[in-house]
Design a protein. Structure first.
Length: 119
């Protein structure tokens, strides 16, 4: 599974210096790989998790603490529940950060209201 994220890690490490992972859950591999590459990373989840070498913060993406994201250039999420993607889009816009969402390969990202066909 790790090989499928190597390209993502390489891209983020080359393009960004300060990033936040949303909804890290039980999968810290990407964030830890970024830390190893010298990227400043913090990760959030609605549950408290601890991973050695990684700054973890409890935060709810549906009501985020905006001050946490000051100076973040990229917000990313790996395999998030798709219903949370619009909240990530809103947060990225508010804090002027780029957004990368890597869904499960079997899922499609939700269509935004502007993409929907008119009745």
């Amino acid at each position: 599974m790790w090989n499928s994220y190597k390209g993502l890690v390489d891209y983020i490490a080359e393009a960004y210096g300060c990033v936040a992972e949303i909804g890290i859950g039980h999968f810290p591999d990407v964030a830890l790989a970024l830390v190893d590459r010298g990227v400043q990373v913090f990760a959030t989840d609605i549950k408290s998790f601890r991973y050695k070498g990684l700054k973890m913060v409890v935060d709810d993406i549906t009501h985020p603490n905006l001050s946490l994201y000051t100076g973040v250039h990229l917000i990313y999420s790996v395999r998030p529940p798709l219903e949370l993607v619009p909240y990530m889009e809103r947060l990225a816009k508010v804090v002027a950060a780029d957004l990368i969402v890597r869904p499960l390969t079997s899922e499609s990202p939700p269509r935004s209201p502007s993409d929907r066909d008119e009745p």
